[in-house]
Design a protein around this ligand. Structure first.
Ligand code: ZN
Length: 295
């Protein structure tokens, strides 16, 4: 889709340069930048910044679009630096879907460049109810449901892409219900969470958990813990059974705190999809892991 648009633009450009004579100098080599295009046939290409967003978008568009991710499964999105190939994929996308609120900090410049070159960019956090400036909206399926209509409008603007909002909404409801059922088995007030950084506020609010503290009280794992922060965690740790850390995030300080307090450290796959690769499975996996760790 984008490829043909590029070819068309090149042809029009050459025709214009040909002037009133209408002749085109065919000796000029025309290179079409298609190296980043996947084997997706004629389908529109949507590039999400991370794998969880990729799964979310895929749930909405089904197989009517090719949906790619820049940040691979399980990589810390807060400090990921895109490769030249990632940058090319962003530049040739029919639509870029990003989280926003500085979540994918290292990719932002490349997205901005693509946008300036005419690529449409859709930002998740512009379309959901936020908790402060916290970017981790995707840990709550019902917060995500708030973005469905806006996402549908963005993707259906692409040729050949359709969006099944009704099905997506019912899948999100089912995911919320399953996650809630899992957490509820812990009993009232028992879902108390300490995380490596502030990543679970949306999840906690939705499912009645309490965030007792964070080793690094920042929305980014790239921040650093202060002595005061660690003291606050030590105070809160008496009431928790586990410290949860985002898989792939820097873990030295978190490990040290968990060791020192004799609390188990549990890796939570907040930035990785489960085996089934679905957003719904992702939500259930987080809930089940928290429930198992706190039981
Ligand atoms: Zn995070």
């Amino acid at each position: 889709m984008k490829k043909s648009a590029v070819i068309l633009a090149v042809v029009i450009g050459l025709s214009a340069c040909g002037g009133s004579s209408g002749s085109v100098d065919t000796s000029v080599p025309v290179s079409v930048p298609d190296t980043a295009l996947p084997a997706g046939g004629d389908r529109a290409v949507i590039v999400a910044t991370n794998s969880v967003l990729q799964a979310f978008v895929q749930m909405v568009v089904g197989d009517t679009a090719e949906v790619l991710t820049v940040i691979p499964d399980g990589k810390d999105p807060h400090d990921f630096e895109p490769s030249a190939q990632d940058v090319a994929a962003l530049n040739s996308a029919d639509l870029v879907v990003q989280n926003g609120l500085d979540f994918e900090h290292g990719v932002e410049d490349s997205i901005e460049t693509a946008e300036q070159a005419g690529v449409t960019v859709w930002t998740l956090t512009d379309h959901v109810t936020l908790i402060g400036e916290d970017p981790h909206v995707f840990t709550d399926p019902l917060t995500m449901a708030g973005a469905l209509d806006a996402l549908a409008a963005a993707v259906t603007a692409l040729e050949g892409v359709s969006a099944d909002v009704v099905s997506a909404r019912s899948q999100l409801d089912a995911a919320a219900s399953a996650a809630g059922t899992s957490i509820n088995t812990l009993g009232a007030g028992k879902c108390r969470l300490i995380t490596d950084h502030d990543a679970l506020a949306y999840f906690a609010k939705r499912f009645g958990c309490t965030v007792a503290g964070a080793v690094i009280p920042s929305f980014s794992s790239a921040a650093e813990a202060s002595a005061k922060d660690l003291e606050a965690v030590r105070m809160a740790a008496g009431s928790v059974k586990a410290i949860f850390m985002e898989e792939g995030a820097p873990d030295a300080v978190v490990r040290q705190v968990a060791d020192e307090l004799g609390i188990k450290l549990v890796e939570l796959r907040i930035h990785a999809l489960p085996a089934d690769g679905s957003y719904v499975g992702y939500v259930k996996a987080i809930a089940d892991l928290i429930t198992a760790a706190l039981s």
